[in-house]
Design a binder for this molecule. Structure first.
Ligand SMILES: *[C@@H]1O[C@H](CO)[C@@H](O)[C@H](O)[C@H]1NC(C)=O
Ligand SMILES: *[C@@H]1O[C@H](CO)[C@@H](O)[C@H](O)[C@H]1NC(C)=O
Ligand SMILES: *[C@@H]1O[C@H](CO)[C@@H](O)[C@H](O)[C@H]1NC(C)=O
Ligand SMILES: *[C@@H]1O[C@H](CO)[C@@H](O)[C@H](O)[C@H]1NC(C)=O
Ligand SMILES: *[C@@H]1O[C@H](CO)[C@@H](O)[C@H](O)[C@H]1NC(C)=O
Ligand SMILES: *[C@@H]1O[C@H](CO)[C@@H](O)[C@H](O)[C@H]1NC(C)=O
Ligand SMILES: *[C@@H]1O[C@H](CO)[C@@H](O)[C@H](O)[C@H]1NC(C)=O
Ligand SMILES: *[C@@H]1O[C@H](CO)[C@@H](O)[C@H](O)[C@H]1NC(C)=O
Ligand SMILES: *[C@@H]1O[C@H](CO)[C@@H](O)[C@H](O)[C@H]1NC(C)=O
Ligand SMILES: *[C@@H]1O[C@H](CO)[C@@H](O)[C@H](O)[C@H]1NC(C)=O
Length: 561
């Protein structure tokens, strides 16, 4: 019997099948020196062989008849006419200290990009194993590039002279990422196709740090950024931590302005990170039904990473190769993970960053924050990102210490005297010593009773804060999210799935059920009014008193006493 595999048959289709599909590449994954690299599909430049036949022949020789697909090399810029072995050693040490992507494996070839004046007079005396040495520009045997490239590690395709960037792949060991991303060359992004062989988790690709130099216009040049999966990015789906939501909604065609601003500042989006579902609070691990909760790398690695910007916080805590992760904060979604994972993260003033194309929890309360591992790195992003960001040159002198807030929620519980309180107190003592000041205690309950705008007269005191604010947060986030996210999604999903409901995790379900149970058309307006009354009072009486020219902190103390 003749085996079918012996016959190679090309069918020429004449209308039977319309075969117009073309093979396209989503990049290559290569292993070099034990590390896995992603090679993007499009070259960044090409050798102009016309001027350097000798190099073309050299590269063709190295290609070994096409069996060697890519040759790694280092691009080194120099103004020195005699680039010595000593200078090479210095450059190697510099690259090794600055960059995790470059490695000595990229010394198989060296491309010296001469940026000085005059002509270089000597080639590099190379060590063993270095195969291509090319001097560019005016050097007699130089081969120019079609486009000037920054220094760093590259791959050249010997037969075409095409040059590609080198992106190092990392494993997402803490399961913080949904997927890695790469620019699609059309202003948007695609999911990274590359994966480290044998790795159990997603892979994330990062470009060489040597390709970038921060400038005033791009202070974040080359900074590696991950984004919470409630922010839209063109070309990618926004999943909000829900599998049905992820599949049901098509990829986005716009990038949220908040993210675009960071990209404009030079940040490189390397992936989308996990959010707890619809940015509601979820506790690891049982609340996390659709996706496994990211691991908090602190301690033994199994503590709750806090939510809802969970993956943003755990990724920055776990991965030195990542510089920033964007998250959001409505009721603690940045502050919680920052504390739990031991990184810097913030809730800014409401409105400091535009939140168009970001899934809302409650637009009246939603804000966007950013995580970094140190304050200086964080400040760089803050300065670029936030409107009216103020960088202070002096330390503050006032520590406002609400006695009925710390250690417990002053709305629901009396203050506790526990271990956390003692640690907190020690911290405040150190802060007092550092700032040469002492804390100013205020009792918010008391202050409210005495200064509330809701006081009718002496015999008619204002409602207690804990009554006025008891359900404000719960009302706003549930009613807003039901109207803006839950109902449109569930209705659309059911219409497309013969009436079947999408699966929703328990935490958002409980909150949406609560909102639906209110069943009161005035509730939202009432909650918003209570929030506004409190906000204005706090701004004028607590914060404002600190800044006012005549009303010092003493007046608060006096009114408390
Ligand atoms: C030439 O390259 C070196 C090494 O990157 C750099 O320090 C120097 O500033 C460059 N000179 C010019 C004129 O670009
Ligand atoms: C989390 O990440 C750290 C750093 O990469 C790693 O040491 C640790 O094993 C990871 N934890 C888990 C549970 O994978
Ligand atoms: C972008 O997506 C929105 C929502 O899916 C759609 O209404 C709009 O037509 C799209 N715009 C373009 C230019 O594709
Ligand atoms: C920034 O400051 C300007 C001028 O004081 C003000 O109008 C604007 O509302 C501020 N923006 C935010 C987000 O606070
Ligand atoms: C807790 O209570 C004990 C006993 O009343 C007291 O000595 C201690 O100072 C308190 N600690 C704090 C942090 O308030
Ligand atoms: C506190 O006072 C000490 C001694 O006078 C001084 O050295 C230090 O700079 C002060 N610290 C601050 C934050 O002002
Ligand atoms: C704050 O003031 C209220 C009302 O006067 C009082 O009941 C409460 O004990 C005070 N809290 C603290 C911690 O001093
Ligand atoms: C205090 O205000 C309440 C409600 O406005 C009013 O009924 C009451 O008569 C007022 N009492 C005094 C002493 O003015
Ligand atoms: C807060 O609301 C809950 C639920 O509606 C209620 O049981 C509780 O008594 C309220 N607490 C206050 C202080 O109003
Ligand atoms: C608003 O505050 C009042 C007290 O001023 C309280 O009785 C009411 O329950 C609050 N309503 C909401 C929706 O928070």
């Amino acid at each position: 019997m003749k085996l079918l595999s012996d016959v190679l048959l090309f069918l020429v289709c004449t209308g039977l099948w319309a075969v117009h599909a073309q093979v396209s590449s989503s990049g290559r994954t290569v292993v070099l020196g034990g590390q896995t690299y992603f090679v993007p599909p499009s070259p960044v430049a090409q050798f102009k062989f016309g001027a350097g036949i000798a190099v073309k022949a050299q590269l063709e020789g190295l290609a070994q008849g096409g069996s060697v697909e890519l040759i790694p090399f280092s691009l080194i810029a120099t103004a020195s006419k005699h680039f010595s072995t000593g200078q090479l050693q210095e450059t190697v040490s510099l690259y090794q200290s600055l960059d995790d992507v470059w490695s000595p494996s990229f010394l198989q070839g060296i491309y010296l990009s001469f940026n000085g004046s005059g002509s270089p007079t000597a080639t590099l005396s190379t060590g063993e194993g270095t195969k291509i040495v090319v001097l560019s520009n005016s050097y007699a045997f130089g081969v120019p590039l079609t486009k000037a490239l920054p220094p760093g590690p590259y791959f050249v395709e010997p037969l075409t002279g095409n040059i590609f960037e080198a992106w190092l792949l990392y494993s997402d060991e803490n399961q913080s990422f949904l997927y890695g991303t790469v620019a699609d060359g059309k202003g948007g992004f695609t999911q990274l196709s590359a994966h480290i062989d044998g790795a159990a988790t997603e892979s994330v690709a990062v470009p060489s740090r040597l390709y970038f130099e921060a400038t005033p216009k791009q202070p974040l040049a080359g900074a590696r950024l991950a984004v919470k999966d409630i922010f839209d990015v063109a070309g990618l789906r926004t999943g909000c931590g829900n599998r049905a939501f992820y599949t049901f909604n098509p990829p986005k065609n716009t990038t949220a302005p908040a993210i675009q601003r960071l990209l404009d500042g030079g940040a490189i989006l390397v992936g989308k990170v996990k959010a707890s579902q619809f940015a509601n609070g979820e506790t690891a691990t049982d609340d996390w039904v659709d996706y496994h909760a990211p691991y908090n790398p602190r301690g033994e690695g199994y503590q709750d990473g806090s939510s809802s910007s969970t993956g943003s916080g755990t990724a920055v805590a776990a991965y030195p190769w990542l510089d920033y992760a964007v998250g959001s904060d409505t009721g603690g979604s940045m502050r919680g993970p920052a504390g739990a994972n031991g990184v810097f993260g913030n809730r800014p003033s409401h409105g400091a960053v535009v939140l168009d194309d970001v899934m809302p929890l409650s637009p009246e309360l939603d804000t966007a924050g950013i995580f970094a591992r140190d304050a200086k790195t964080w400040q760089k992003a803050g300065l670029w990102w936030y409107e009216n960001f103020t960088s202070f040159s002096k330390f503050p002198k006032t520590i406002l210490f609400p006695v009925d807030s710390f250690g417990s929620s002053f709305l629901t519980n009396p203050p506790k005297n526990g271990t956390a309180n003692a640690m907190f107190n020690t911290f405040i003592q150190k802060l007092e010593a550092f700032l040469n000041t002492t804390r100013t205690e205020i009792n918010l309950t008391n202050l409210w009773t005495e200064t509330s705008p809701l006081i009718a007269n002496v015999s008619n005191p204002p409602p207690p804060l804990r009554t006025m604010l008891n359900t404000t947060y719960a009302d706003l986030i549930s009613l807003d999210q039901i109207a803006l996210v839950a109902d449109p999604f569930i209705d659309g999903f059911k219409a497309a799935h013969s009436g079947q409901n999408p699966f929703i995790d328990p935490a958002p379900l409980v909150r949406w059920d609560y909102g639906r149970s209110l069943n009161d058309p005035n509730r939202k307006a009432e909650a918003l009014n209570n929030k506004t009354v409190f906000m204005n009072w706090f701004q004028d009486t607590v914060i404002g008193a600190l800044e006012g020219p005549n009303i010092g902190i003493d007046s608060i103390r006096t009114s408390v006493e």
